[in-house]
Design a protein around this ligand. Structure first.
Ligand SMILES: [Zn+2]
Length: 313
């Protein structure tokens, strides 16, 4: 039985035991997401398909001896963000792709041509990817709430926990192996973006992961962890909720609140400037009339914070 600390955070597939695998992409920042595989009797299930075709191809090639023996009968997109779905087109036509109903409704929010245009306009975080050849492949099957897929004789539960990170977040529970694949409900070592919220749903989703008592937890970004890692993210969210509520009550703007909180609470975490997005979204939880910053304004503020905070270190 492998413990989380036995699974190195190196690029590639890692066997987790009892038919469960994780594909990790250090260091987990923008676009470097994880994938998973659950292998049953004569069949397998893929969880998420990475950000572009080159990455997805490398991921699928590296596990092809297993896939030859245990054909990919199903796949799950934990949510619609391109870094979890743009490899869908490389899966066999016979592979049924699942997502939540709400998640399926978000696929057209991130068209490959728009992502490629953003990349070509010089968005630095997208530079190393390529979306020119991506053709959106939408889910074949959707569900609402909880559903079970049988991977050969191995039951796997899909549990809808959104809206939180996006509208349609799903976690995947491979109970026989004691592994939860969280998609972007969990980032380890990297601050997450909250595209949808509310935070209380996200907190409930993390509690739900802990309640499953998993042996191992594969986050959407970052190294394999266990419930200790889930609790540390929960604590970070509780801290942020209290810190944001206090500053909101004092009349500070989201930007002022984040400048006041400072980078120290996120020491050692990548993309710490995303705290601005989190605080902005928590402000809307507190006051539904609060206007969320638009993308250009949020991005400008986040890169200013990133510069300010890295120069301090
Ligand atoms: Zn992601």
């Amino acid at each position: 039985m492998r413990a989380a600390s036995d699974v190195p955070f190196t690029i590639g597939w890692h066997e987790l035991g009892d038919g469960a695998w994780a594909y990790l992409q250090p260091d987990g920042v923008v676009g470097l997401s994880n994938a998973g595989l659950v292998v049953g009797d004569g069949a397998s299930l893929l969880i998420d398909t990475l950000f572009d075709l080159k990455l997805a191809e490398a991921m699928l090639d590296a596990i092809s001896p297993i896939l030859d023996e245990y054909p990919l009968t199903a796949a799950v997109n934990t949510h619609a963000n391109p870094d979890h779905t743009f490899g869908n087109q490389l899966l066999p036509a016979t592979t049924e792709i699942w997502s939540s109903q709400a998640g399926a409704g978000e696929f057209d929010d991130y068209p490959p041509e728009v992502m490629e245009a953003m990349r070509l306009q010089g968005m630095p975080t997208l530079h190393s990817f390529n979306f020119a050849e991506v053709v959106l492949r939408r889910p074949d099957r959707t569900f609402h709430g909880v559903t079970q897929i049988d991977v050969g004789d191995t039951p796997v539960e899909l549990i809808e926990v959104g809206p939180a990170h996006t509208k349609g977040d799903v976690i995947v529970y491979a109970g026989d192996a004691g592994v939860v694949y969280t998609g972007d409900i969990l980032f380890i070592g990297v601050l997450p973006m909250m595209w949808e919220g509310p935070l209380r749903n996200w907190i409930a989703a993390l509690h739900r992961i802990i309640a499953l008592k998993p042996r191992l937890v594969v986050p959407g970004h970052g190294p394999v962890t266990d419930t200790v890692g889930v609790r540390s993210v929960l604590n970070m969210f509780y801290f942020l909720r209290d810190a944001a509520e206090l500053r909101h009550s004092r009349g500070m703007s989201a930007v002022q609140a984040v400048e006041d909180i400072g980078p120290e609470p996120f020491d050692g975490m990548l993309e710490s400037e995303r705290v601005l997005n989190l605080v902005d979204m928590i402000y809307r939880d507190i006051d539904p009339a609060h206007t969320i910053m638009d993308h250009p304004e949020a991005n400008a503020n986040m890169s200013r914070l990133a510069d300010l905070w890295t120069s301090k270190v």
